[in-house]
Design a protein around this ligand. Structure first.
Ligand SMILES: [Zn+2]
Ligand SMILES: [Zn+2]
Length: 352
């Protein structure tokens, strides 16, 4: 089976025809010149149980060209090819290309639109992480952004987290044989959710293409910080002061801010901790300077809260004891850039 045939001397891909056009082709193909590209055998347009439109060799053929791919794998590819084609991409399945140094690669799906070049790999059979990385390097050196969908089970949808990164966008995919529904995963809704999303495969892919699935730790990208504070009584001057308990990080997408991390003061990068000493912030939220102070308890200097009034160190242990989740005060959102010191976990987020 294949997606391509030569109809009246024209290359026709099965995913380019809508249901109606496909039915019409099935009605009249016997009166057409229609051949498989591999061997010139007559081609027959078919649709299988999953819904994949494809061309089969006439039964009399003894052509030895077989993709060796399962029906399920073909179905996933078919859906992506169809989706990209319908969205104005110039798509080619089984595209052969090479790196600048002449190494050959074959992509499941290659697509171009204006200056953008992308590859989509549906990895239905197991592949080692090393091999995935090796193949990804070839695409990267060829100037192509490649996305991977690794076949898994609902239980093992977490496996991709072991090796996915900004450079290697790898997600999970599985097919329910009963319902024939394809589900994708490998991204979180937000930092507070303890489970990965499970979304219809094409919806997931469409969201990814529109920038609705993003990597938390993309270098130089814009993020937002929010201070989470509690009011405490300073141990020294006995006046009320705010202490910063956590710093939450957010990605801005469309009209929403989605939480992507929670850090403690001591985990902040230097550029981000310096922002906290902005006079307006200090004044608005009534917390002391965030600077390194010497702690006798710990016998070392560390980035700490201070009293707004007397600047006495309010140590980490004291802050921890005073933490009051119910009465947290949250600051405005503060725009920051991801720098190389930012200790946010690298994760993919589904921002819808
Ligand atoms: Zn053939
Ligand atoms: Zn004080």
């Amino acid at each position: 089976m294949g997606f391509l045939s030569i109809v009246e001397n024209k290359e026709i891909y099965s995913f380019m025809l809508n249901d109606e056009q496909w039915d019409r082709l099935k009605d009249k193909y016997k009166n057409l010149s229609i051949h498989m590209p591999c061997c010139q055998t007559r081609a027959i347009p078919k649709k299988n149980k999953l819904g994949t439109q494809y061309f089969a060799h006439h039964p009399s053929s003894n052509c030895s060209v077989h993709s060796g791919e399962s029906r399920e794998h073909q179905f996933c590819k078919y859906l992506i090819l169809k989706h990209l084609h319908e969205n104005g991409w110039n798509v080619t399945p089984e595209f052969r290309g090479q790196t600048p140094s002449g190494e050959i690669w074959i992509a499941d799906i290659y697509a171009e639109k204006n200056k953008a070049k992308i590859v989509i790999e549906i990895q239905w059979s197991p592949q080692s992480i090393e091999e995935t990385k090796r193949r990804q390097d070839k695409y990267a050196t060829s100037g192509i952004r490649a996305v991977w969908f690794m076949r898994t089970t609902p239980k093992n949808k977490w496996d991709v987290l072991d090796y996915q990164s900004y450079e290697l966008p790898a997600f999970s995919i599985w097919l329910d044989k009963e319902t024939r529904l394809l589900t994708a995963s490998g991204a979180f809704n937000n930092w507070d959710s303890s489970d990965l999303v499970e979304i219809d495969f094409i919806q997931f892919f469409e969201t990814l293409m529109k920038g609705g699935i993003q990597y938390s730790l993309k270098s130089e990208s814009t993020r937002f910080m929010q201070l989470a504070m509690n009011i405490v009584k300073c141990w020294k001057c006995k006046k009320s002061t705010n202490l910063i308990m956590d710093i939450n990080y957010f990605i801005h997408h469309e009209d929403k801010l989605i939480k992507i991390e929670r850090l403690g003061l001591e985990q902040l990068s230097q550029p981000h901790s310096e922002l906290l000493n902005d006079p307006t912030l200090l004044q608005n939220y009534q917390y002391g300077f965030i600077i390194k102070r010497f702690s006798k308890t710990r016998g070392e200097t560390y980035l700490s809260n201070g009293c707004f009034h007397c600047d006495a160190m309010q140590g980490a242990h004291f802050s921890y004891r005073e933490r009051d989740e119910e009465n947290m005060i949250y600051s405005q959102y503060i725009e920051v850039k991801i720098d190389h010191e930012t200790k946010i976990d690298g994760l993919w987020f589904y921002l819808k």
